[in-house]
Design a protein around this ligand. Structure first.
Ligand code: PBG
Length: 331
């Protein structure tokens, strides 16, 4: 490529006018890019989450109202995250695959009312383990891999039975994508999609989420570093992505998003399935709390951060901003 010298090249010419900025724009957000993570509880009503301004836990009726809002805003899909009481937590996490459980009943209620809305579910045991870990633990507190995968398979099947369109393992156990794919096929769930959290980092940016679902208390300061990825690694992420695609993932995910845009870019180049990025709770909270304090412009940082995730290569973005962003796009 030839590179012309100044003043033949004045990069600012195109930036001077809105019409040419519009024509030159390489990436733009669309409502089609958005997945809305929604917290659900068995209790009626809606409860604000103090560490996540503007985000609530939804009881059964509030969940249907949220689903209706998603449909009205043309958001393609929502992802459900359960907040269950102590009575649903145990050593064996058996509530995770209860056909009458919170996620299962919520999925069928949404699919019955809004069949066109994509419903995604989180596959991991952290809401249901007494330890707050994503898997079953041994006496030393180590998260067991193969034993956990067996429970994750039951959890995924119960979600598929309830009508989930997409199951999304966020647990980072080895071999779980292959095991879940095989079980889904075996049970005739040939259309159930798997969105694999392939490159999920052991991140401090999950803090507000753990408050929201109550796993921070169960974890009691314990870490997830024995299964989630080291934030210092990048080649390893590519290995994880390729493994999950080969095991049968339809889509892959990088999480968190903003501190890991290099991974999103590498993921896009490494695999040919859709790459999703999760703008996690801590990212959302940093921006919304700074905006509430008057230090940042809420809508401007929302648009800029989401655009940067697209520019990095993401096909879709899980974001707590989804309803606000969709509203802005529709105005
Ligand atoms: C747990 C899970 C976590 C998130 C999604 N699924 C937290 C964790 O790994 O402790 C984090 C999402 C967010 O921070 O918004 N399986």
């Amino acid at each position: 490529m030839t590179h012309q010298q100044f003043p033949n090249t004045r990069k600012r010419r195109l930036r001077k006018h809105n019409f040419s900025r519009r024509l030159a724009r390489e990436h733009r957000l669309s409502v089609d890019d958005l997945i809305w993570p929604v917290f659900i509880t068995p209790y009626e009503g809606q409860e604000d989450i103090p560490s996540m301004p503007g985000v609530a836990r939804h009881g059964p009726d509030a969940l249907l109202a949220a689903a209706e809002r998603a449909v009205a805003l043309d958001i393609p899909a929502i992802m459900l995250f359960p907040v269950v009481g102590e009575d649903a937590k145990s050593e064996d996490a058996s509530d995770a695959y209860d056909p009458a459980g919170l996620v299962q009943t919520s999925v069928s209620a949404i699919k019955e009312r809004f069949p066109e809305l994509g419903v995604m579910t989180d596959i991991a045991l952290d809401p249901y383990t007494a330890s707050g870990q994503d898997g079953l633990t041994d006496d030393a507190g180590y998260v067991l891999n193969d034993e956990t995968v067996e429970v994750l398979v039951k959890q995924a099947l119960s979600h598929a039975d309830a009508g989930a369109d997409v199951v999304s393992p966020s647990d980072m156990m080895d071999g779980r994508i292959g095991a879940i794919r095989q079980a889904l096929e075996h049970d005739g769930h040939i259309h159930t999609q798997i969105l694999a959290y392939s490159a999920k980092y052991a991140s401090a940016f999950y803090g507000p989420f753990r408050d929201a679902v109550g796993s921070a208390k169960s974890l009691g300061g314990a870490s997830k570093e024995s299964y989630q990825m080291d934030p210092a690694n990048s080649d390893e992420a590519i290995d994880e992505l390729i493994l999950d695609v080969n095991e049968g993932a339809d889509m892959v995910m990088v999480k968190p998003a903003l501190p890991y845009l290099d991974i999103v870019r590498r993921a896009r180049e490494a695999v040919n399935v859709p790459v999703m990025a999760y703008q996690v709770s801590g990212e959302y909270t940093m921006m919304t709390m700074a905006a509430a304090a008057g230090a940042l412009d809420h809508d401007a940082v929302m648009v800029e951060s989401l655009t940067s995730i697209k520019r990095a290569g993401a096909h879709g973005i899980l974001t707590y901003f989804a309803p606000a962003m969709a509203t802005l796009l529709s105005d």
